[in-house]
Design a protein around this ligand. Structure first.
Ligand SMILES: C[C@](O)(CO)[C@H](O)COP(=O)(O)OP(=O)(O)OC[C@H]1O[C@@H](n2ccc(N)nc2=O)[C@H](O)[C@@H]1O
Ligand SMILES: Nc1ncnc2c1ncn2[C@@H]1O[C@H](COP(=O)(O)OP(=O)(O)OP(=O)(O)O)[C@@H](O)[C@H]1O
Length: 294
């Protein structure tokens, strides 16, 4: 770790933004069981923070308000990602996103670790197959800009989206991704239609209202509180659309302005103090997520 004796040791800071599936259509299933998706994703200014510094061995320290539920051992996706570089590093992870919550926390942390290790070592990023092996959401989190994602998550097409003022809400129920996919009965749903150029956030939200998250119904069946979260979000003043992200349980509400989203989150935090919530405009977080050297 950096100290007064090693003033020139580089320290890398990297941000891991939350991923939000604005729409998620399950369109098929591969022979190996993985599901084929057609999803539109955007990224939140809310996320986890990592630091990386040179070290003899690869070690991870987890802290932060959501850190208690996250392992510090080799099962942590940060260590799995960093190990691909074959050198030691002292990594810290400040966990702000709830774990196992459908907003790609572990995947975004892994992607941030890859960006950070590349900056620390000067090595290139691992190849696409190695990145996908870390998790289906890791490729989209590597370059956190709005994208249409197909295949199991590896087929990415950038999409221009207006910033979407949003509130994220998690009722503090962990919903494991495999069990939600397992509970899905219809696996050959229609894909997303062509994504038009949106004049503004209102046009985008109007288009999104006609799309779906096909994992929402099986997730609600396993964790009925998700239906309550969606109803509470939809009833907040100014909420134009409420939907679940990923395999849940985190849901998002989209609003007409940042001020409306902030006011809605303040009201929700007061009425449901046990729920995790955050606000911020969904969109392109690539700049904020870039590794910076100190
Ligand atoms: C639901 C999404 O968050 C949508 O973006 C992702 O598809 C899930 O991505 P992830 O958490 O990175 O998923 P992984 O860690 O790769 O897979 C966890 C488990 O979810 C199921 N899984 C995941 C992705 C996918 N396209 N089909 C699946 O059936 C598989 O049972 C897999 O064993
Ligand atoms: N860095 C990490 N942060 C959070 N969870 C991690 C991490 N590394 C490994 N895990 C494990 O991964 C599991 C899934 O957590 P994660 O937060 O990635 O799920 P998720 O938000 O549902 O992801 P997705 O939206 O990609 O499906 C947890 O049970 C946790 O123990």
């Amino acid at each position: 770790m950096q100290n007064r004796c090693t003033p020139n040791m580089p320290r890398i800071d990297v941000f891991a933004p939350a991923k939000v599936n604005l729409a998620l259509h399950v369109t098929g299933q591969r022979a190996d069981g993985y599901h084929l998706l057609d999803s539109l994703v955007a990224f939140s200014p809310v996320g986890d923070a990592l630091t990386l510094a040179p070290a003899d061995a690869l070690v991870l320290k987890v802290s932060g308000p959501e850190g208690a539920a996250v392992p510090e051992g080799p099962e942590n996706l940060v260590l799995k990602a960093a190990a691909l570089f074959g050198v030691g590093a002292a990594v810290t992870l400040e966990k702000c996103l709830p774990a196992a919550s459908g907003i790609g926390g572990g995947s975004s942390d892994a992607a941030a670790a890859l960006r950070g290790m590349a900056a620390l070592t000067g090595q290139p990023l691992p190849d696409a197959a190695a990145v996908l092996k870390l998790g289906a959401d890791v490729p989209m989190c590597l370059d956190p800009r709005p994208a249409r994602t197909r295949g199991i998550g590896e087929d990415l097409t950038p999409v221009a989206l207006p910033p979407l003022p949003a509130v994220l809400v998690n009722p503090r129920v962990e919903v494991p991704t495999p069990s939600v996919f397992k509970a899905l009965t219809v696996k050959d749903n229609p894909p997303l239609p062509e994504i038009p150029a949106f004049a503004d956030a209102g046009a985008c939200i109007g288009w999104l209202a006609d799309q779906r998250n096909d994992l929402q119904a099986p997730a609600v069946a396993q964790a009925p509180v998700i239906a309550e979260v969606l109803a509470v979000l939809a009833a907040l003043p100014g909420c134009k659309l409420a939907r679940m992200s990923g395999s849940g349980a985190t849901c998002f509400g989209l609003f007409g302005s940042e001020a409306e989203a902030e006011a809605a989150q303040t009201a929700l935090a007061a009425s449901h103090p046990g729920w995790w919530s955050a606000h911020g405009s969904l969109g392109d977080q690539a700049q904020k997520a870039a590794a910076t050297v100190r």
